[in-house]
Ligand binder design. Structure first.
Ligand code: DUC
Ligand code: ZN
Ligand code: ZN
Length: 477
């Protein structure tokens, strides 16, 4: 059909956005949504969604892909396998981290990360920065330059020896965020408390994976969350606390909100579906699979996280996909050894399962509305990182990034996933839905059976200013 009005029409969709649900056909041309309505004209291609729920493609605003690591650790997923896995789970935009090593220029870190992504990604991607060495050159020149070029968010660590900043350094980078309109993401755990506890556990011979959770109790997250809030208040700049794991951190954030502070929060599937027991109830090494930071807590804390998702405490739901193979000398068994918990690479895979888990257990489980699901997984991350409205919604003019949902019983099996990790923490879990189709800029990237995307088709996205808050008029301090 040479002169069809549309390249593709998705018919009979039950469209869900962060605010509405409506039945319509979706007309797509040149990768964008160009018409929404009933009985649209024929397209060159047609897909009958047959009354199925259609949501905007997911925006996974916290994932780690091919991030340079200290040997022997190596991330299992590069931009190819990671973005394929994303597409198959309904995610059409990923925002991993260009990480500065101490002593390295931030510009060099970004150049290196582009080289890792180019020609490999199958869905669109933007970069956050990780600032681990805020030298005068970085603060005065590199960071402002990168923010202006579309890298408008950066992560700051309060723990991890190779990444952490002290309070004075955090104040310095928050000040840059304020001046240049960037969003700072904070990893809030108290490094000195963790080190002190780790040494005591080691002295007592308690080095099995499960002790990772003992070394990072809720208290160390609560204290750092409080401190991060205070630092942002001092500078008068919004912040986003990433991967919030439980009640005591949530209480700090509620306190900040009740005092009118712009403190945003993100949580992740592991804090809804895993507990510290998944790190082991005895000294076996299997629990290394679920070693991540902050660690999963308990059932009571899971409920606090669910409550925060439904009542607006959380703004963003991300995977924190940090892919390390279990049975691998570059993964959870460094040099092939079962090591003390301090040496186990932190992180679990979750790019592909993020949306199906929350859709099944949250929306179909009656815990959150469909609108809230879209808001948390797509619209808000797109707004927070300046990608909205191109990404994160279904409206005329947006990129045609769409997920058609199939409501069917399925069981999570790592063998069915597309990442390069040799396990999923959710193996055997029964779900009620999975994407039947994922479109990225109008192209099918997941057809319900296979990833059919061409390697390298994913485009780099320059981020604008965060639009979660009313914008200050230009030039006003
Ligand atoms: N914790 C992080 O801070 N990043 C990656 C994975 C993890 O567990
Ligand atoms: Zn982190
Ligand atoms: Zn992370």
């Amino acid at each position: 059909m040479a002169d069809a009005a549309f390249d593709l029409v998705v018919r009979n969709a039950q469209v869900a956005t962060a605010s509405d649900t409506f039945d319509c056909d979706i007309g797509i041309r040149d990768g964008r949504i160009v018409q929404l309505g009933q009985a649209l004209a024929a397209g060159r291609d047609e897909y009958d969604a047959a009354g199925r729920v259609v949501t905007p493609g997911g925006v996974d605003a916290h994932c780690h892909l091919d991030q340079p690591m200290e040997a022997p650790a190596r991330m299992a997923d590069d931009f190819r396998s990671g973005s394929r896995s994303a597409a198959c789970g309904g995610t059409t935009t990923v925002i991993p981290f260009a990480a500065q090593m101490k002593g390295q220029s931030l510009l060099a870190a970004v150049d290196d990360y582009h080289a890792r992504a180019e020609g490999r990604a199958v869905v669109d991607y933007a970069f956050h920065l990780i600032v681990s060495d805020p030298t005068p050159q970085v603060l005065s020149t590199e960071l402002p330059q990168l923010i202006a070029q579309g890298y408008t968010s950066f992560k700051v660590y309060m723990t991890y020896d190779d990444m952490k900043l002290d309070d004075g350094q955090i104040l310095d980078v928050l000040d840059v965020a304020r001046t240049h309109g960037a969003l700072a993401m904070l990893h809030a755990e108290n490094a000195d408390c963790i080190e002190w506890l780790t040494r005591r556990l080691e002295a007592a011979g308690r080095t099995a994976p499960r002790y990772h959770a003992h070394a990072r109790p809720m208290l160390v997250e609560r204290e750092a969350t409080h401190r991060a809030i205070a630092l942002s208040q001092l500078v008068d700049v919004p912040i986003l606390i990433v991967h919030v794991s439980g009640g005591e951190a949530v209480e700090q954030i509620r306190w900040a909100r009740s005092h009118g502070l712009s403190v945003f929060a993100e949580t992740c599937p592991q804090y809804l579906f895993l507990t510290a027991e998944d790190l082991g109830i005895d000294d076996s090494y299997h629990g290394a699979r679920c070693v991540c930071s902050p660690p999963p807590r308990d059932k009571r804390n899971q409920q606090v996280i669910w409550d925060g998702l439904s009542d607006g405490l959380f703004t963003i739901f991300s995977s924190d996909h940090a892919p390390f193979r279990y049975d691998d000398p570059q993964g959870k068994k460094p040099h092939g050894e079962e090591v003390a918990f301090r040496h186990i690479p932190n992180g679990i895979p979750g790019l592909e399962t993020r949306l199906p888990l929350l859709y099944s257990e949250g929306v179909l489980g009656g815990r959150i509305t469909l609108q809230k699901f879209v808001e948390l997984t797509s619209t808000n991350p797109a707004k927070a990182y300046g990608l909205h409205p191109r990404k994160g919604t279904i409206a005329i003019g947006c990129d045609a990034d769409l997920v058609v949902w199939d409501h069917r019983d399925t069981v999570v099996r790592n063998a069915d996933l597309h990442h390069a990790v040799d396990y999923t923490p959710y193996e055997g879990m029964g779900l009620k839905a999975w994407p039947a189709l994922t479109l990225s800029r109008g192209e099918v990237v997941w057809d319900g059976r296979d990833c059919v995307a061409r390697e390298g088709r994913g485009r780099f996205l320059r981020c604008g200013r965060p639009t979660l808050l009313p914008q200050r008029p230009e030039g006003r301090p």
